[in-house]
Design a protein around this ligand. Structure first.
Ligand code: COI
Length: 328
């Protein structure tokens, strides 16, 4: 029977893990810790491993997996920028990701747009101290705006679907345009999207070609007062260039569910710790920057899909030699 070591397991995943292990007839051990050199021993005797995205699946970890006879790894995430796929392939370690409904992230994206446009962060802070004034809280209506969606995969497409009800003009950019999206949004070049959008939302994977795509040059192409939403990956943005833009009053607002170097910080209670991410601390304090802890994905529906998907994919690799979710 395949034995799976599950890392980065949250309490809310445990019941689904237990049910999935029964359903797919695998043995499962789990820990809340990320997979690292320090925690690797936990996987001893296992044939497969799963974790979330805060474990770095780099050359060192992959070498340890090879030496321990671990042949399969599944990330319980859609994104796989934390995995050295090329090296895994060299070692013959088979890698999968999972898929979950795009609605959770898409709905959260639209929520951050609305919170940003209606200055909800400031309104909420004021309410906490019984300041019920309106000054400075005037918002803007989406129906009069152009929204630019960068990346029209499952999440970007769902954002566009949801936005249909708001009556805004929608521009889209993707290296591989999708016919069904073209009925709801106008595909344009990236520079046109930057120049014409009042709200820009990022839904592209983190690749070499998209790393720091939001930087000094691209920000300069955007409208003054642009609202930037990022529920994808922190490293799509060069944070110090974004901070420069904020200080120069380029942005109307930012809604950021992700930030560069969030690993080890997000998804952990650090109330009494010293956090050493200066950019994160500095950007958070601006009144028009709403930041959350990489939680756009976090719905019951998504969690179930992530857990069942990981167990099934590893079982499939072991039992049938292939999985529809294998990454090459
Ligand atoms: C993903 O699935 O790619 C995510 O971003 C969610 C994850 C970090 C738990």
């Amino acid at each position: 029977m395949l034995k799976i070591a599950a890392f980065e397991v949250r309490k809310d995943e445990i019941k689904d893990f237990k049910k999935a292990a029964e359903k797919y007839n695998v043995e499962l051990i789990f820990t809340g810790k990320p997979l690292s050199v320090e925690t690797f021993d936990f996987a001893e005797g296992c044939g497969a491993v799963t974790s979330l995205g805060h474990s770095r699946i780099d050359r060192v970890i992959l070498n340890l997996m090879r030496d321990a006879g671990i042949r399969f790894y599944c990330t319980r995430t859609v994104g796989y920028n934390h995995i050295n796929l090329e090296y895994a392939r060299e070692l013959g370690i088979r890698i999968c990701n999972v898929s979950y409904p795009p609605n959770g992230v898409a709905e959260y994206t639209v929520m951050l747009m609305l919170m940003s446009l209606r200055k909800y962060k400031q309104a909420m802070f004021r309410g906490n101290v019984n300041d019920y004034s309106l000054e400075g809280l005037e918002g803007r209506e989406l129906r009069n705006m152009t929204v630019g969606v960068v990346g029209t995969g499952r999440i970007g497409r769902t954002v566009i679907e949801i936005l249909q009800g708001f009556g805004c003009r929608i521009l889209a950019y993707d290296a591989y345009p999708n016919g069904s999206v073209a009925d709801m949004a106008k595909y344009v070049e990236l520079d046109t999207l930057y120049a014409e959008s009042d709200v820009i939302t990022l839904h592209t994977p983190l690749l070499e070609s998209t790393y720091h795509m939001i930087n000094r040059e691209s920000i300069a192409k955007m409208k003054d007062g642009v609202v930037l939403i990022n529920c994808a990956r922190g490293s799509l943005m060069d944070v110090s260039d974004v901070i420069d833009g904020i200080e120069k009053q380029k942005f109307g607002a930012l809604g950021l569910d992700v930030i560069e170097h969030e690993d080890g910080i997000y998804h952990v209670n650090h109330t009494v710790d010293i956090i050493s991410n200066r950019d994160m601390a500095y950007i958070r304090q601006f009144p028009h920057v709403t930041m959350t802890q990489h939680m756009a994905f976090y719905t019951e529906e998504a969690v179930r899909s992530m857990v069942y998907g990981a167990v099934k994919n590893l079982r499939d690799l072991n039992k049938t030699g292939s999985s529809a979710f294998e990454l090459f």
